[in-house]
Design a protein around this ligand. Sequence first.
Ligand code: FSX
Ligand code: SF4
Ligand code: F3S
Length: 377
Amino acid sequence: MYDDSAITFETDVESRFGLSRRDFMKFCAAMAATMGLPRGADAQIAEAITKKERPSVIWLHHQECTGCTESLLRSEHPTLDKLILDIVSLDYHETIFAAAGHQAETARLAAMEKNKGKYLLVVEGAIPTKDGGIYCKIGGKTSLELTRECAEHAAAIVAIGSCASWGGMPSTPPNPTGSAGVREALGRNDVVTIPGCPPNPYNFLSTVVHFLTFGTLPAVDPEGRPLFAYGRLIHENCERRAHFDAGRFAMEFGDEGHKKGYCLYKLGCKGPETYANCPTVLFGDAGPGSWPVGTGHPCIGCTEKGIGFAKPIHALADLKNQRPPVGYPRAVEEQGTGATLGSAALLVGVAAAAAGAGYKLVGNLGRDEDDDDQSQG
Ligand code: FSX
Ligand code: SF4
Ligand code: F3S
């Protein structure tokens, strides 16, 4: 266990965050764990939050439902008001700003000038690009103009939610306003994306805390998603995975399989082709089961471009990584015992026989949709 007594807090954590010192350290440890950081990182995070200057944040809103901000408002440790006041300096946020009109514009421009090259730009919502971007305007500027202006001198840009990441719901075909994510609209691939509709607040908080603690944004995948949060398929960590492997599926909402908590693949669950940490981080601090599949609804792939809001909700997911481990034959060679090699040969024989009989190695998943009689074991 990390010994936090070595940290000298410059400010009283309890009065600043409304958290006991113990809970504050638990929050830092949770942030470190979410990011998969090594032992001791929680101390670095605690020092950064309590001692470093709060980074200025400019937060824009475009085509969206504001669920991203709402999901942050509902986060518990700490609540957004604590985040606003104590971790970042939220200098412009259209939804919760008291100022309006010219006052708000003046505040934005002043914060950008004062923190030129140092502020964090957070973009929520998709950016319409069709017809000169006229379908969303704020303060007389199109979303595209405003985002370009704010992005020019930002230290880093974070797109929060699927709308800002890749267009999300507003970009659903036929996409009449030409909605696009920030990366596409600005033509920049250095924008970090936190997709999800809404995204998990911990993934956003962790990204901001990483920026504050280390001065950089976390490592990302080709779509700009932090690897700590989007490095694994939902299917890899799903609590119903054992049912999938055993071929036990819910076939209709409310049937016996559904009531028993069987796998939702045949109801259209996109967990096998969606990268996100929903089953491990969960939502709303409500405990086990507090994520879509945990409540009995298939994942719709809301973090995944081309799947969420694009692929029909009840269409079957493409199965990825459903094969024996890649390293398996090599591991057999390394072990090299006659018994192991004999087992491997047997498995290869079984696989060949299965292939000859028209089955895939994954068992009944290759079967036709109407072959349901064995599906609810
Ligand atoms: Fe989009 Fe955020 Fe979905 Fe809504 O604002 S990611 S529609 S939850 O809220 O942008
Ligand atoms: Fe879980 Fe969906 Fe995968 Fe089934 S298909 S194991 S419900 S993620
Ligand atoms: Fe979205 Fe699927 Fe997670 S619908 S919230 S990616 S479980």
